[in-house]
Design a protein around this ligand. Structure first.
Ligand SMILES: *Cc1c(COP(=O)(O)O)cnc(C)c1O
Length: 364
């Protein structure tokens, strides 16, 4: 079977060049006689793999020396607990609620601290980003928290709109747009991202943390959930997800060879505007998100009724455009077009949507 265009929200498609490289190296990595999947994480060969991955990520995101990069397990969801378990001092934290992932983070934090929701877009099914200003944040809070790209609802907060929380460390869930658009890392105290959207396969979570925030865990914070433990052990306190880290390393190399995040962001803008322009012109398809807040990565859209949604998804799947079904909580469609989705994938999807529209227009 030919490879399809996979619009999955995550785990999602990987660059073909990365898969081919992994395939080439799978049985015998670099002539060392074994696969990366079989290798001791304490070996020199593996140390080189993880260190190279870290330095490539530092280059790509321009991460300054006073930040530590960690490769952890447990997914982005574990960070929902790890953040309060490591940053809580005075038991006040400010959260911005822009979707289901923010809500889950809020619910988890409420176990350990007093959460103040400073802004929310829940009143409109999270189809916009609420206005965020410095003055909304409590200067006494232990930290402030937001989700920069809302995978399910298709909104994002671009770098320029990240609020200045002054001395309060800002924590960002960047799971679904890390390396997809440029962010100034110094605006944040902690950035985290599960790998399975834009960075690689599931199993590794990247945490980028300012060094002054490493050592503040609560007394009862489990050892495995202490940032400082992982920092002191170079992400090797226990066995790290070795193969998943190796794959993210290949993705970092691929991203660097393409020209880095600036280039990727431009490609992503081009890709997204092909689809948004079509949605804006279409008489049948409708984008569901407030125009100013549209994500570059996840694009939800609907047809006039559920029957048509279903028909579209079925026909699209037959044509090799797969995983376009919207999240189970909102229905409709969603095209996730992360870094690995080539521009032809989006162009061909839009051609197919145009065809579907002209075929259906006579019935509506
Ligand atoms: C997918 C996703 C998560 C959850 O990630 P897991 O690795 O499955 O825990 C959290 N936040 C955002 C923004 C996501 O897109």
């Amino acid at each position: 079977m030919e490879r399809c265009y996979n619009f999955s929200a995550g785990p999602s498609m990987l660059p073909l060049a990365v898969l081919l490289k992994a395939q080439e190296e799978f049985i015998n990595y670099n002539g060392c006689g074994m696969s990366v999947a079989e290798m001791s994480h304490r070996s020199k060969t593996y140390e080189h793999i993880i260190h190279t991955a870290e330095s490539d990520l530092r280059d790509l995101m321009n991460i300054p020396d006073n930040y530590t990069v960690l490769f952890l397990q447990g997914g982005a969801s574990t960070q929902f607990a790890m953040v309060p378990l490591n940053l809580t001092k005075h038991k006040h934290a400010d959260y911005v609620n822009t979707g289901q992932w923010s809500k889950k983070a809020i619910q988890e934090a409420q176990k350990y601290t007093n959460v103040n929701v400073v802004a929310s877009s829940e009143d409109a099914m999270f189809n916009y980003i609420p206005k965020l200003e410095s003055s909304m944040f409590n200067p006494e809070a232990d930290y402030a928290y937001l989700t920069v790209n809302n995978t399910i609802y298709g909104t994002h907060i671009p770098n320029d709109a990240i609020p200045d929380t002054k001395d309060v460390p800002l924590v960002a869930d960047m799971s679904s747009n890390i390396l997809g658009e440029k962010y100034d890392i110094t605006k944040f105290g902690i950035v985290f991202a599960g790998a399975q959207k834009n960075l690689g396969s599931a199993g590794v979570t990247i945490v980028i943390i300012r060094n002054d925030l490493l050592d503040n865990n609560l007394d009862f914070t489990p050892t495995m959930l202490q940032y400082s433990v992982h920092q002191k052990n170079d992400s090797m306190y226990n066995t790290p997800p070795t193969y998943a880290i190796y794959l993210t390393g290949l993705v970092f190399k691929w991203a660097k060879e393409l020209g880095g995040v600036d280039v990727l962001e431009q490609i992503n803008k081009d890709k997204a505007s092909i689809l948004y322009d079509f949605l804006d012109k279409s008489s049948l398809f409708t984008g569901t998100v407030n125009k100013n807040d549209r994500s570059l990565m996840n694009i939800p859209f609907i047809l006039p009724n559920d029957e048509l949604n279903k028909k579209f998804i079925e026909q699209a799947t037959q044509q090799g455009f797969v995983n376009l079904k919207g999240h189970r909580t909102i229905g409709g469609m969603r095209a996730s077009i992360y870094n690995a989705m080539p521009i032809e994938g989006v162009k061909k999807l839009v051609e197919f949507m145009q065809k579907f529209e002209s075929q259906e227009a006579k019935y509506v």
